[in-house]
Design a protein around this ligand. Sequence first.
Ligand code: NAD
Ligand code: DAU
Length: 354
Amino acid sequence: MSHIFVTGGAGFIGTNFVFDWLKDEHANGIVNVDKLTYAGNLMNLASLEGNPRHQFCEADICDRNAMEQLFATFSPRAVVHFAAESHVDRSIHGPGAFIETNVRGTFALLEAARSYWSELKGEARERFRFLHVSTDEVYGSLEPCDAAFSEVTPYAPNSPYSASKAASDHLVRAYHHTYGLPVLTTNCSNNYGPYQFPEKLIPLIIANALAGKALPVYGDGQNVRDWLYVTDHCSAVRAVLARGVPGETYNVGGWNEKTNLEVVHAVCDLLDELRPDPAGPHRRLISFVTDRPGHDRRYAIDARKIQRELGWTPEQTFESGLRRTVSWYLANEKWLESVTSGEYRSWVLKHYAA
Ligand code: NAD
Ligand code: DAU
């Protein structure tokens, strides 16, 4: 069976991508390469145990020898590269891990892919793809009246996280330009949905609200993000992998700009409907806290290229996606409990105590 490599497939988007991909019974098998950091969770993939189309390999993308061995063992037809340190606030507390995985790890993976691809012949060489999953944060911050980020917006990353992702995008671009490696890059806006680690805004608000804890909103709550339901991101990645032109980048977004306060209100209102709190409306728990240093004011994605050239459009509206998300967390409180112990508690103490 021919395979694709999915890096970071035990994280939030990776897990959703693995399930989404395997729904198609004719699709290639997956070799899931993940280091299982605090953000990776094998429990997410428990239902795939014994499935011959999914093989999990615990490995660090920074380990070039390990990556080369995996290429030699499985001869993948493509790499879908999600693995990264992904949380902006953690990158402010400790940027080192971000440079290590996002820059050095992507470099090691690119080198292993290049050495593998350069030995391929004929159709296998023609068909091989390296799809790099990146973020809209590489473009920096928009003013309220600025046009949304397009594929030609200059890079202006503002956090250690976005700078490390920008660096990885540049490496990926250079491997196409210099070596001809058939790469594709996607720059996507904020995702939300099942399996998102509750350090990110939406699951954090759900988790805290369920526990009757304060709902921390940074600054004035007027920062804007452009939200995309995670399975819509997965379908965009599949479209780019299937029909994208090597060397091209594709911006992915849901045309769903919302202020953080609007998002928090929407989560509270859904919880009031689905899990009312006898103590009163969940909005009462909102607490404005010190702003994130260097907090980008607004992100917005112009997703016209991927729509025009690859025919991709999102299926979920913000309202339908958020309802699915809140319902998933309510139905999976055991999962939430298990990921909010240990390391998570130390993070919350360190980050929110101040
Ligand atoms: P996540 O933090 O939930 O998951 C990251 C996964 O990568 C984890 O399973 C972790 O164990 C693994 N990983 C980390 N370092 C590794 C290493 N050195 N070797 C192997 N595996 C390693 O992240 P996510 O939110 O699922 O994001 C996935 C990708 O999508 C990232 O590249 C991120 O930059 C990008 N992205 C995320 C969003 C979003 O809103 N979450 C939006 C756009 C782009
Ligand atoms: O735009 C894509 C990016 O979206 C991805 O590349 C990142 O991996 C992903 O983490 C996300 O980054 P953000 O910083 O936008 O996501 P986060 O969920 O951390 O924050 C969303 C907004 O909510 C942001 O303006 C900060 C604010 N926020 C966040 C937290 C955790 C709060 O107000 N309070 C909080 O406690």
